[in-house]
Design a protein around this ligand. Structure first.
Ligand SMILES: Cc1cc2nc3c(=O)[nH]c(=O)nc-3n(C[C@H](O)[C@H](O)[C@H](O)COP(=O)(O)O)c2cc1C
Length: 230
C-alpha cells in the first residue's frame, strides 16, 4: 500500500467536521448507547443469505479504523462458500474438543460455564458468512521490502470493534469465535505464516428460536468501569 516515496509529512485541512450542539451530541450519545445495548453475541443463526455488498461495506468500515502509524495491520477473509465453511468447522471443532477436554484448564472451563458453550460449533456451517480476521506483524512495500507494524493487537482490536458495530448497524448479528489455537486458518485460507489469525466472526441473521446466555446481559455499571478527574 505504501511506497517509499510517499512517506513525507504533508498537512491537509480537516476533511470532515461535526457541527452538533451539546444538546444534539447528548441526544446522539444516548441514542447510540441504546442501539449498542441491542447488540448480542448470537450462536444460533438462520441460514438466510446476506448479500456480499453488506459484508464488503462493513469490512470497509473496519478498514477506516485508526491504527499504529496508519499501517492498517489487518487482513479480512470473508467466506460464504459452504465447502470452505465446513472445513473451518471441522478444524475448529477438532481444536475445541481438545480445549474442552482439558486443554483449556479448569479455571477457563469454569469461566465459560455460564455462557453455555461446548465443542460443537454448528454456526460455522449455518451462518451465511464467516469473516476471519488476520493480524499482520509486518507489511511490505511495493518492491517487497518489509516494514514493521506497531501496536498490532490494539489496532486489530479497534478495527474488529468497528466491524462488529458496522454489522450491528446493518441489522446483522455476529459471534466472536476464537478456537484455540487457530493456526489451521492460515493454510485453509491461504494466508502467509507471518499473519496471525485473531478471530472468526460468524455473521448473519439470528434463528427464530435463537437464545443468548442470561449472564451476557450483565454489564458492569458505569461507576465500576469509569473514573473521572474533572
Ligand atoms: C475476544 C473474544 C473471544 C470470544 N470467543 C468466543 C468463543 O470462542 N465462543 C463463543 O461462543 N463466544 C466467544 N466470545 C463471545 C463472548 O462470550 C461474549 O461476547 C460475551 O459472553 C458477552 O456477550 P455479548 O457479546 O452478547 O455482550 C468471545 C468474545 C470475545 C470478545
Amino acid at each position: 500500500m505504501f511506497t517509499k516515496e510517499k512517506l513525507d509529512y504533508k498537512a491537509i485541512a480537516l476533511p470532515d467536521r461535526s457541527d452538533m450542539s451539546d444538546a444534539q451530541a447528548l441526544e446522539a450519545a444516548r441514542t447510540h448507547l441504546a442501539f449498542m445495548r441491542k447488540r448480542h453475541s448470537v450462536r444460533d443463526f438462520a441460514p438466510t443469505p446476506v448479500p456480499r455488498e453488506i459484508i464488503d461495506l462493513a469490512i470497509a468500515a473496519a478498514g477506516s479504523a485508526p491504527s499504529g502509524a496508519n499501517h492498517q495491520p489487518w487482513h479480512f477473509v470473508a467466506i460464504s462458500n459452504s465447502g470452505v465453511k465446513h472445513q473451518i468447522r471441522l478444524a475448529a471443532e477438532e481444536e475445541e474438543e481438545k480445549f474442552y477436554a482439558g486443554g483449556a484448564g479448569d479455571e477457563w472451563i469454569k469461566a465459560l460455564e455460564p455462557i453455555g458453550t461446548d465443542a460443537s460449533k454448528p454456526h460455522l456451517d449455518i451462518a451465511p458468512w464467516l469473516i476471519v480476521i488476520f493480524a499482520q506483524r509486518w507489511g511490505a512495500f511495493a518492491d517487497g521490502t518489509r516494514y514493521k507494524n506497531y501496536y498490532v493487537p490494539e489496532s486489530v482490536g479497534i478495527a474488529t470493534g468497528f466491524l462488529i458495530s458496522a454489522l450491528h448497524h446493518a441489522g446483522l448479528t455476529c459471534l466472536t469465535h476464537t478456537p484455540n489455537p487457530m493456526k489451521f486458518l492460515n493454510s485453509l485460507l491461504d494466508r502467509p505464516a507471518s499473519e496471525k489469525p485473531v478471530m472468526i466472526l460468524a455473521v448473519g441473521h439470528p434463528a427464530t428460536e435463537a437464545v443468548v446466555p442470561e449472564v451476557a446481559k450483565l454489564k458492569k455499571p458505569l461507576g465500576e468501569i469509569l473514573s473521572v478527574f474533572d
